[in-house]
Ligand binder design. Structure first.
Ligand code: CO
Length: 223
C-alpha cells in the first residue's frame, strides 16, 4: 500500500506547489482547455509529453499507444484526432516516437509476445515497406534507430491519409503534421523534418475529394 499511497501523497504535494505559485491555477484550468497541439506518442513511461517539452497541463492534447501508431481503424485514435482537429482546432499534430522503443524492437524480431503481436504487425508492415534500406544497415542498433524514424514517418503519412486531416486542410489549411523522435539517452527531441499541411506529396490514390454527399447536394442544387 505504501507504493500506492505515494501517488496520492505526491498529488497533494503537487497541488500545494501549484497553489503556491498561483492560487487561481486550478480555477483557471477548470474553466476549459484550448491546447494548440495534439501529441501522438508511445505509452512508454519515460516519454511523457508535457515534461519533455517543458509544457503545462492545458498545453497538449494527448493520445498514446504502444509505438505511437496511427492505425486508421483504431476508434480511440480516430476519436481523439477528430476531437482535437475539429473541436479543439489544434494547429499542430505531432507524432513523437523514441529511440529504444520496445514496441519497435519487438516488431524487429520473430518472437511471440501475446496479444500485442497483432498490434506489432502494423510496425512489421513498415519494416517490409522499407526493407531494402533497413536490411542494408548492418549495425543492429543503427538499424533499430532508423526503423524507429521510418515508423514515425509512416505514421505521419498515415495521418495525412485520413479524411479528418484532409478535410481540415481543405477547410482551414491547418493543422500542420510533424514527426519527431525523442532520445532516452540525451533527453533531446530530433525533428525529422517531415512536415505536411497539404496532400501534394501524397500518392494520388490517397487523396480524398469532397465527399459523395456533398457532390449529391451540389448536383441537387444545380438541378
Ligand atoms: Co515505445
Amino acid at each position: 500500500m505504501k507504493l500506492y499511497n505515494s501517488l496520492l501523497e505526491g498529488n497533494k504535494k503537487w497541488v500545494q506547489n501549484q497553489l503556491e505559485h498561483d492560487p487561481e491555477y486550478f480555477k483557471k484550468l477548470s474553466e476549459g482547455q484550448s491546447p494548440q497541439f495534439l501529441w501522438i506518442g508511445c505509452s512508454d513511461s519515460r516519454v511523457p509529453a508535457n515534461e519533455i517539452t517543458n509544457t503545462r497541463p492545458g498545453d497538449i492534447f494527448v493520445h498514446r499507444n504502444i509505438a505511437n501508431m496511427v492505425v486508421h481503424s483504431d476508434m480511440n485514435l480516430l476519436s481523439v484526432l477528430d476531437y482535437a482537429v475539429n473541436i479543439l482546432e489544434v494547429k499542430h499534430v505531432i507524432v513523437c516516437g523514441h529511440y529504444g522503443c520496445g514496441g519497435v524492437k519487438a516488431a524487429m524480431d520473430n518472437q511471440q509476445y501475446g496479444l500485442v503481436d497483432n498490434w506489432l504487425r502494423f510496425i512489421k508492415d513498415v519494416y517490409r515497406m522499407h526493407s531494402t534500406e533497413l536490411d542494408a544497415i548492418k549495425n543492429e542498433e543503427q538499424r533499430f534507430d532508423r526503423f524507429v524514424e521510418l515508423n514515425v514517418i509512416e505514421q505521419v503519412l498515415d495521418l495525412t491519409k485520413t479524411t479528418i486531416i484532409q478535410n481540415a486542410w481543405r477547410k482551414r489549411n491547418s493543422p500542420k503534421v510533424h514527426g519527431w523522435v525523442y532520445s532516452l539517452k540525451t533527453g533531446l527531441i530530433k525533428d525529422l523534418g517531415v512536415n505536411f499541411d497539404n496532400t501534394l506529396k501524397l500518392p494520388p490514390i490517397y487523396r480524398v475529394e469532397n465527399n459523395v454527399g456533398e457532390h449529391k447536394r451540389v448536383e441537387a442544387e444545380e438541378a
